[in-house]
Ligand binder design. Structure first.
Ligand SMILES: Nc1nc2c(c(=O)[nH]1)N[C@H]1C(S)=C(S)[C@@H](COP(=O)(O)O)O[C@H]1N2
Ligand SMILES: [Mo]
Length: 240
């Protein structure tokens, strides 16, 4: 038997939950994601973020730099955590490269960061380690082989065009691997694990995207050139 008072209490509780669920809706949070100063960051295609399209598969609470740690674990001799200051103290390399999304667009920037081996030397991967699994603040997961991570042009990036990486572009740390589609360039990394074999990442598990993600020959629509189509030969885009 439900008396009137407990009925009202339940109604109140359910109402509160409905409001909480509504406010937590991805669409709503994503709409707020592009607003500077909001607590969340999400998929954005407006304002200054027309220069690049911003992709986050789920809206993500903005990362607090003081609380953030990069956890390095898995098949390595010296698992440990790094603060952002510790990572920024590594010698910074600047490189201009084009980020090419599998959804046809691309854009170029000067990325600042350090080669993967700077970190690998500190962590000491075991002999069985062949790949790395990156886990991101929005739950996104992506893998790259150690061989790919050691290729020329790959950086663990903390800066962009002379400024710290924005939340939108993956603060505090992301990968830029210019010969791979954007989905192999994880942003807002929170954990790096050395693993024996590469695994499919978030997008290749959901859809038809390849595990490997190498940029294929085809057509590109660069955002800085009004998306006027250009033929690309495959691999890193170096001509524009
Ligand atoms: N954490 C995280 N990283 C991510 C994604 C994502 O959804 N979450 N999307 C990827 C995809 S599909 C692309 S094209 C690039 C886009 O980078 P940008 O948002 O800096 O333009 O981020 C990649 N890295
Ligand atoms: Mo993408």
């Amino acid at each position: 038997m439900i008396n009137r008072r407990s009925f009202l209490m339940r109604l109140w509780a359910w109402g509160g939950m409905a409001v909480a669920l509504y406010l937590g809706r991805p669409g709503l949070a994503a709409a707020g994601g592009g607003l500077p100063g909001s607590g969340f960051v999400g998929k954005t295609r407006s304002g200054k973020f027309q220069r690049f399209y911003i992709n986050y598969w789920k809206p993500m609470r903005r990362i607090d730099p003081a609380a953030w740690r990069l956890k390095v674990a898995g098949l390595c001799h010296r698992p440990r955590s790094f603060t952002l200051d510790e990572l920024k103290a590594l010698p910074t390399v600047w490189r201009s490269s084009r980020l090419k999304c599998v959804e046809c667009w691309s854009a170029r920037a000067r990325w600042g960061g350090f080669p993967f081996d700077e970190l690998a030397l500190l962590a000491g991967p075991s002999a069985e380690a062949r790949a790395v699994r990156f886990t991101c603040g929005d739950g996104y997961v992506e893998c790259l082989s150690l061989e790919d991570l050691r290729r020329e042009g790959v950086l663990l990036v903390h800066s962009m065009d002379g400024a710290p990486l924005s939340d939108e572009h993956g603060f505090p740390l992301r990968i830029i691997a210019p010969f791979k589609y954007g989905y192999k360039n994880p942003k807002a990394i929170v954990k790096i694990e050395f693993i024996a074999e590469a695994e499919p990442g978030t997008w290749s598990r959901i859809g038809a995207y390849s595990w490997d993600g190498t940029v294929l020959p085809g057509t590109d629509h660069p955002l800085e050139f009004d998306k006027v189509p250009r033929r690309i030969p495959g691999g890193e885009i170096v001509d524009y």
